[in-house]
Design a protein around this ligand. Structure first.
Ligand SMILES: [Zn+2]
Length: 327
């Protein structure tokens, strides 16, 4: 695995999170509140050294969501006795130590951790994780971009799921075991394959630090949202500052909109947007932006050229007015 991580790496920390939410009353500053951190530490040769489980008492969503309770088997009383997020996270970071390489299964956990630390105005001193799921998909399946569930991957690898329930620590332990199993494929991979995977993991790391926004709107159709300059504005994922649209939003198909925008300090970001409809037919906008690699810029340009639909005229005008573009 050392082929895919920074040279300074002293150990691997496989992390898995469980979080709570509220189905209808979401605080958009923190849509998912972490209630459990499970972590397993491995040395450079992927031998398991230690494990930790931190239970966190939820304060934003104090009532445990029914579905989450069923899936995780977490007992509300257990949460009641949990630590504050600040305390648990501080202990976790200290336990990780210097030059730990974080690992996760999938791309969901790190952005949630980032959002929780920002909510509590804390630093996140851990770099974006190695996504073990992508290493698996690239090296052991013929669909390199497929997001395979952990249990499916384990089944295909002929591994037993012998630990109880879906808890953060158990999933971290399973991911650690899969990581160990992947070592053979990593060593066997050609330099060409490794190079392609490295490029992809680099993009994953950028995406993990996305600026994401979920905004409930009063609109019921896309065009109205797209015509609202404040809705379609994109913030720089690095500094949070305003950006100028270099390629305005376009419909890339399947209800996904894309754009490129520029921060004078941090360069070009890639932005994506899609919508979800609420029970009352109102749209919720989901937006994500992260720094774009040259490959990503080329890819978005190609998609733009292939896309048939463009933004309505009014929307383009609104975007230009907002970003101060003259052309
Ligand atoms: Zn910036």
């Amino acid at each position: 695995m050392l082929r895919f991580v920074p040279e300074k790496t002293q150990c691997f920390v496989v992390m898995d999170l469980e979080w709570n939410q509220h189905a209808s009353r979401t605080n958009h500053e923190i849509p998912h509140e972490i209630i459990e951190i499970g972590a397993v530490k491995l040395d450079r040769d992927l031998r398991i050294l230690d494990e930790r489980q931190y239970i966190i008492k939820p304060v934003v969503y104090p009532v445990l969501d029914k579905h989450i309770r069923e899936v995780t088997g977490i007992d509300p009383e257990e949460l009641e006795a949990g630590l504050s997020f600040a305390r648990a996270f501080t202990q976790f970071v200290k336990w990780c130590g210097e030059d730990a390489c974080l690992c996760t299964w999938g791309r969901d956990d790190y952005p949630v951790l980032l959002r929780n630390t920002r909510y509590y105005k804390m630093d996140l001193p851990l770099d974006p994780p190695l996504n073990v799921q992508m290493v698996y998909s690239h090296l052991l399946t013929d669909k390199p971009l497929q997001q395979v569930g952990l249990s499916t991957a384990m089944e295909r690898l002929g591994m037993d799921m012998d630990l109880p329930a879906h808890r953060a620590l158990n999933d971290a332990l399973y991911t650690a075991r899969v990581l160990q199993r992947l070592e053979g494929a990593v060593s066997a991979a050609t330099e060409e394959t490794a190079q392609a995977l490295r490029k992809f993991l680099n993009e994953e790391a950028l995406a993990a630090q996305s600026d994401t926004r979920s905004v409930p709107t009063t609109y019921t159709n896309y065009d109205d949202v797209l015509g609202n300059a404040r809705m379609v504005a994109v913030r720089c994922p690095v500094c949070g500052g305003e950006t100028a649209m270099t390629l305005p939003w376009f419909d890339a198909g399947h209800g996904r909109f894309m754009a490129l925008c520029d921060c004078p300090q941090h360069g070009t970001s890639f932005a994506q947007m899609h919508f979800k409809r609420l029970y009352n037919n109102k749209l919720v906008m989901h937006q994500r932006a992260y720094l774009a690699t040259p490959e990503r810029v080329a890819d978005v340009m190609a998609r733009r050229n292939a896309a048939r639909k463009t933004l309505p005229r009014a929307a383009r005008k609104a975007v230009r007015a907002e970003t101060g573009e003259t052309k």
